[in-house]
Every structure is written in structure tokens, then in C-alpha cells.
Design a protein around this ligand. Structure first.
Ligand SMILES: CC(C)(COP(=O)(O)OP(=O)(O)OC[C@H]1O[C@@H](n2cnc3c(N)ncnc32)[C@H](O)[C@@H]1OP(=O)(O)O)[C@@H](O)C(=O)NCCC(=O)NCCS
Length: 218
């Protein structure tokens, strides 16, 4: 399913997950589930400028299982398989510890929150599964990893980077915006009495060329 022909929908502004909207009983509200993701995009016309790292932290971009400095499964259960499949991971290390990471894919990736698969175009990269160890948060690591992945993608001739963030994840959204991404549109997965549907909205929904495929359709 693509983002073209987007439907405008405002209800998720009132029906924030976890808060019962006025006029709905608790029982009725339990039957409605809304998860909203923001899709960001960034053109790769110019290389991203890396920022300085905190003292003692080194950054690496691993693009094969042999590029890691030890058993990949030590810090991420799916690392080895993803690297074998051609995905790339930017990692921030303090000594031998991986303290932050973010993945880059050029092939379809499942977006669990909306139960769909994002299919990057030939000129796209898709960034996902970012994590910073709690003690290292707020020091710019995620934003810096994003910049390195953008530079990596630019150097390989890619034209656009895409990334999703949960609308309620302020830390993630801030870091993404600091790395120069702009919101393309929002995607809400609405579950209502056992039925689910995706809603797209935002200023560029009608023009955004991003392909999302329902998991049962592949
Ligand atoms: C989201 C996450 C990756 C951010 O990592 P990080 O290395 O701390 O990110 P950065 O330091 O680059 O940027 C975080 C920004 O959010 C701000 N921030 C941190 N916590 C915040 C909060 N609770 N509310 C608002 N802003 C917050 C920071 O101040 C910083 O903004 P600034 O650069 O303008 O000061 C990290 O919090 C994390 O691992 N969370 C759990 C997994 C997750 O949500 N992954 C995101 C997938 S897209």
C-alpha cells in the first residue's frame, strides 16, 4: 500500500493512546487503539556534516559480519543476520562496549508498530532500530549516528533517507530533526473493534512516494 491517495483524519489528535477521549466510556475506549508514527525524509543532495563525539567514544559503520570487532550477536541478537543480508549499522563504542547504534537498510523492512513493511525505492535508504544505552542518552549520539549514515548513503549515490519515529517519542524526533530530516507525513494504525486501518495525513502526503505493504500482501 502506498501513501498516495492519502486520507485526512484528525481523530488521533484527540484519541491519544492511553488517554480516554471525552464522551467515550472506558470499555468503549479499550476497543480503540491508535499508534501514530511520523515519517521523516531527508534529501541527500549534500553530505551530512558529522558532529564531535563525547570524549572516549568512537564511531564505526559496519557493513559486513567481518567488519565488527567481535561476535556481532554480543550486542544485538539480529546483527549477524542483518549484516549478512547487506544491511549496515552505525555504532558508537566506548572501549569495547557498543553504547549506541542505528541500522540502515536498502531492502524491505517490517515496521512492527503499524504492521506493514516499508519498501525503500532504488534511490532510498531506510534508517531504523536505533538505540542508545540509557546512561549515554542526551549526548547527541543518535543524531551523530544518523549523520554518519547519511554521509555513508550519500557517498554510495543514494538520494533520500527515510526514518519513522513514534509521534510520542520526543527524544527520537528531536534527534532526527537535528540531523536535518523533515516530516513527510504521519501514519496512524487504528484498530477499532477488531478491524484495523492505516491513515495518512500531513502536508506532503499526496506527493510522498513511499511504499508501505500490508504484511499479508507480500
Ligand atoms: C531515542 C534515542 C535513540 C535517542 O538517543 P540519544 O543518543 O539520547 O539521542 P540524542 O542525544 O542525539 O538526541 C536526543 C534529543 O532529545 C532530547 N531529549 C532527550 N530526552 C528527551 C525527552 N524525554 N523529552 C524531550 N526531549 C528529550 C535531548 O536533549 C536531545 O535533544 P537536543 O540535541 O536538542 O538536546 C534513545 O532515547 C533510545 O534509545 N530510546 C529507546 C529506543 C528508541 O526510542 N529508539 C528510537 C527509534 S526511531
Amino acid at each position: 500500500m502506498g501513501a498516495r491517495g492519502a486520507t485526512r483524519w484528525k481523530a488521533d489528535e484527540a484519541v491519544g493512546a492511553g488517554s480516554a477521549p471525552a464522551g467515550l466510556s472506558r470499555k468503549r475506549h479499550d476497543m480503540i487503539r491508535v499508534v501514530t508514527l511520523r515519517l521523516y525524509e531527508r534529501r541527500l543532495d549534500a553530505p551530512a556534516v558529522p558532529r564531535p563525539l563525547p570524549p572516549g567514544v568512537e564511531l564505526a559503520v559496519w557493513d559486513s559480519p567481518t567488519a565488527t570487532d567481535g561476535p556481532a550477536g554480543r550486542w544485538h541478537p539480529e546483527a549477524e543476520q542483518r549484516l549478512i543480508e547487506g544491511q549496515v549499522c552505525a555504532v558508537a563504542r566506548h572501549g569495547t562496549d557498543v553504547v549506541a547504534y542505528c541500522w540502515l537498510a536498502s531492502t524491505p523492512v517490517r515496521v512492527a508498530e503499524i504492521g506493514h513493511v516499508v519498501v525503500p525505492g532504488l534511490e532510498d535508504v531506510y534508517l531504523y532500530d536505533a538505540f542508545t544505552v540509557p546512561a549515554w542518552r542526551g549526548r547527541g549520539l543518535f543524531s551523530t549516528l544518523l549523520r554518519h549514515l547519511l554521509a555513508f548513503a550519500h557517498a554510495r549515490g543514494r538520494k533520500r533517507a527515510l526514518i519513522f519515529a513514534l509521534a510520542r517519542n520526543r527524544a527520537s524526533r528531536r534527534a532526527i530533526e537535528r540531523a536535518g530530516f523533515e516530516i513527510s507525513h504521519s501514519v496512524s494504525r487504528v484498530e477499532l473493534w477488531g478491524r484495523e486501518r492505516l491513515w495518512f495525513r500531513g502536508p506532503r502526503s499526496r506527493f510522498c512516494r513511499v511504499t508501505l505493504v500490508g504484511e499479508g500482501s507480500r
